[in-house]
Design a protein around this ligand. Structure first.
Ligand SMILES: Nc1ncnc2c1ncn2[C@@H]1O[C@H](COP(=O)(O)OP(=O)(O)O)[C@@H](O)[C@H]1O
Ligand SMILES: [Mg+2]
Length: 241
C-alpha cells in the first residue's frame, strides 16, 4: 500500500482503510478514546471547465481525542481547520479517510448559525427541542449558560440586536446545551472579551474534569498550557506538537 492516498481508498474499500477502521474500533472499545479520525482527505473543486481547479486541503489528516482531554487544532488561515471539523461533525463530505467515535457530539461552528428574528430564549427552546431535551432540562441548562457566560440580560433580545461577542456566546451556549461527550469548537473565543475568555477556559477545564472531551480550533495559540495536546495543521496533515 502506498503512502499516497488513492481514490480507491477514498471509497473506504481497500485493505488499508478496513485495517484503520478495525484499529479505531479497538481504540474506542478501550474506553480511553472517544474519537479517532484517520487519513482524512478533502479536495475542493471550484470553477467550471476549462477553468476547473482542484484544491487539496486535507491530505491524510489524523485526529485522536481521548476521554477527558482538551486538544487544540492550530494552523494558518486557510490551512483547513474548519474543513477538518465540518468533516468530523458530518456536515461536509470527505474524499477519504475513516472516522469512528463513541458518545454524543456538540459543535460550535466558526460562523454562528443563528436566526436574526429569534430571541436568545427562543434559540435555546428551539435547539433544546431539536436535541430532544425536556422543558425543565432546557430551562436549567439555559440559565446555567446565561450565568456562566454572562449574557442573561439579552435573554429576550432578538439576535439582530446582539453584538458579535454576544452572538459568539449564544453560539457556544447552544453547543453546550445538550452537554455532549465530545465538544468541537471552531475558534470559539475569537469575539470574546477578556473576562469571557477566562470564563471559557473555566468551563472547558470543568468539562474535562468530568471526563468530557474537547477539540478546539484556534488561529493562533497564546495559552498553550491550557491544552493537553496540540495538533498543527500543515500541508493538509496534522502534526502533533
Ligand atoms: N466550499 C469550499 N469550496 C472551495 N474551497 C473552499 C471551500 N471551503 C473552504 N475552501 C478553501 O479551503 C481552504 C481551507 O479552508 P478552511 O478549512 O476554512 O480553513 P481554516 O479554517 O483553517 O481557515 C481555504 O483555502 C478555503 O478557501
Ligand atoms: Mg476556519
Amino acid at each position: 500500500m502506498t503512502a499516497t492516498p488513492t481514490t480507491t481508498e477514498a471509497d473506504g474499500s481497500t485493505d488499508a482503510s478496513t485495517r484503520r477502521e478495525a484499529d479505531a474500533q479497538r481504540m474506542l472499545a478501550g474506553g480511553e478514546t472517544v474519537l479517532v479520525a484517520r487519513g482524512l482527505i478533502k479536495v475542493y473543486t471550484t470553477g467550471i471547465w476549462p477553468r476547473r481547479r482542484s484544491l487539496w486541503v486535507l491530505r491524510g489528516a489524523d485526529v485522536d481525542l481521548g476521554r477527558g482531554e482538551i486538544v487544540g487544532l492550530v494552523g494558518e488561515n486557510g490551512s483547513g481547520k474548519s474543513t477538518v471539523m465540518k468533516i468530523l461533525v458530518g456536515s461536509l463530505s470527505r474524499d477519504g479517510g475513516t472516522i469512528e467515535r463513541s458518545g454524543s457530539l456538540g459543535y460550535c461552528p466558526q460562523e454562528p448559525i443563528l436566526y436574526e428574528r429569534l430571541t436568545c430564549d427562543e434559540h435555546f427552546e428551539l435547539f433544546g427541542e431539536a436535541y430532544g431535551l425536556g422543558a425543565l432540562e432546557i430551562d436549567r441548562a439555559r440559565d446555567e449558560v446565561y450565568d456562566v457566560l454572562g449574557f442573561g440580560r439579552w435573554a429576550s433580545a432578538r439576535v439582530e440586536e446582539l453584538s458579535g461577542g454576544t452572538r459568539a456566546k449564544l453560539n457556544l451556549g447552544l453547543a453546550l446545551l445538550p452537554d455532549p461527550q465530545i465538544l468541537l469548537l471552531d475558534e470559539p473565543y475569537a469575539g470574546f472579551d477578556w473576562d469571557t475568555y477566562l470564563r471559557f477556559w473555566e468551563i472547558t477545564a470543568a468539562r474535562r474534569d468530568q471526563g468530557r472531551s474537547l477539540l478546539i480550533i484556534s488561529h493562533f495559540i497564546t495559552d498553550e498550557e491550557r491544552f493537553d495536546r496540540i495538533y498543527d495543521l500543515r500541508d493538509g496533515q496534522t502534526v502533533p506538537r
